[in-house]
Design a protein around this ligand. Structure first.
Ligand code: SF4
Length: 220
């Protein structure tokens, strides 16, 4: 099978109805946690405030949230800095800085080189799978080493990203780590987009028009 045939088969597979309902699973999981009376710690990977604002609202009653901004995939650095500044502003204005934020070092130059193998890929294909897994794996490792009970990423909020794939990656990574569990999600469901839009409007938040890497910027 050529790469193109593989991609077409993948896209057709995405349209099939035999999908796992990660949104339903996430609601059930949160219900069980709340019933236990515990408020476990979750490390929440945040790629930007647009994708993070609604998941934070959804999770805040169930989890003690720490955000991790780990995104060397964003190019150029000015854009990375701007998305980070908007996330910080939102944490201050909406959450009064009650939610901690971890920011990891930025190395966009190396990241773009690493991504170059898929520079001609359509967005949402193998370059992106590599990009999801790299950031999720590094955040997951941090969560496990630092005693977080759960880890997840806000990336399932994005309509451009395949939630089935992101959750498969998360569940696979869970096998690697001994302490931290993966929290399945599909944050775009149940009007996630509408809720995010309302928050972005209320706080006048910056909404970027490309995913992040130089290859997604060029395709705009
Ligand atoms: S388009 Fe987005 S997810 Fe895909 S490789 Fe670029 S930054 Fe990563």
């Amino acid at each position: 099978m050529t790469d193109r045939e593989e991609y077409i088969a993948y896209i057709q597979g995405r349209k099939s109805s035999a999908k796992r309902n990660y949104h339903k699973e996430s609601l059930k999981c949160m219900e069980q946690i709340r019933a236990s009376g515990e408020k476990p710690r979750i490390l929440l990977h945040a790629c930007c405030v647009v994708c993070a604002c609604w998941p934070m609202e959804l999770l805040a009653d169930t989890f003690d949230i720490t955000l991790m901004y780990h995104n060397s995939n964003i190019w150029p650095q000015e854009e990375y800095d701007h998305r980070l500044a908007e996330l910080k502003r939102y944490l201050k204005e909406r959450w009064n800085d009650s939610i901690s934020l971890i920011v990891t070092p930025y190395d966009g130059t190396q990241y773009m080189q690493d991504l170059a193998f898929g520079k001609d890929d359509p967005e949402g294909w193998k370059r992106c799978f590599w990009c999801y897994e790299k950031r999720m794996d590094e955040c997951f490792r941090y969560a496990d080493e630092n005693g977080y009970d759960w880890f997840t990423t806000v990336m399932t909020f994005s309509r451009q990203k395949d939630s089935q794939k992101l959750n498969e990656i998360g569940l696979k990574l869970q096998q690697k780590y001994t302490h931290t569990k993966y929290f399945c999600s599909d944050f775009k469901k149940a009007d996630g987009q509408v809720r995010s839009n309302a928050i972005c409007e209320e706080y006048n938040l910056y909404k970027q028009n490309y995913c992040g890497c130089i290859y997604s910027l060029r395709s705009e």
